[in-house]
Design a protein around this ligand. Sequence first.
Ligand code: GDP
Length: 305
Amino acid sequence: EQLYEKGLEKTNKGFGARLNAFFAKFRTVDEDFFDDLEDLLIESDVGYETAEQLTDELREEAKLQNAKSRDDLKKVIVEKLVDLYDQGGNSEDEKLIYHPDDKPNVYLFVGVNGAGKTTTIGKLAKRFKDEGKSVILAAADTFRAGAVEQLVEWGKRVDVPVVTGKAQADPASVVYDATERAINEKADYLLVDTAGRLQNKKNLMAELEKIQRTIKKLLPKQPTETLLVLDGSTGQNALLQAKDFDKTTKLTGLVLTKLDGSSKGGVVLAIRNEMNLPVKLVGLGEKAEDLADFDAANYAIGLFH
Ligand code: GDP
């Protein structure tokens, strides 16, 4: 939790800092208050649609609760943020899925180059390994120079095997070998790294489809998780990326990286609201331990400090 707060400190410079500055000059609740709040949400990458909806709900709720003071309004905002994100804190879908009786649990990682796929896989491999689980990594990003070596490096660091192919090998063939191995060894997890070149989107999407087909043929089931890794500072473009990848790969959740950087943080709300996709993990740095579960209540409360 401490790590989480430390990492989010900088996010707070975006969305949180704006909220705090906004409340620092709070005088009274009037129409201007809500107009300004809506602008703030849009500037924080919450997106126009979600910002408008959220502001309407806040206006209504503030009236209902007869919220007048600064603290009253902060409370209403936190409630509504959690509500929007988490259906009032009752949502369970932020947890990573694990089926103990249906091994291997395959996690497919997708996302554009540089988003943080390889790093997230390394971090997660360490977490699972520390939990005493067996993990295999598949280096199916055979396109980006250095991607395979980078994953192999992580494998050494956290002591888990990495399945690789020849240079420029068909990524699906790497996934085939890795899945077979994971089945034979009854591994708890198989984590699959994929390419993220957007220069040729059609090609990439066909490649991801083929990888999914390969997994389904061997197991036979869909990946347990198909996670889109997003650079947290991408802003509204993150929503477009999510829609793009979801079309082909049917995402089960998001990993939001680099929240220790200049992320404005608001896009999380837009993706949840418009696509109903939960954030499952957040990246808070480059080291193996800089990975945390996402927690909507912590996130909302953490915005005010
Ligand atoms: P990929 O192309 O999607 O596999 O992205 P990489 O895993 O290679 O990450 C791209 C760069 O972002 C690397 O330099 C990583 O060290 C860095 N990175 C990944 N996740 C985080 C994070 O949560 N915080 C920070 N500060 N850097 C990160």
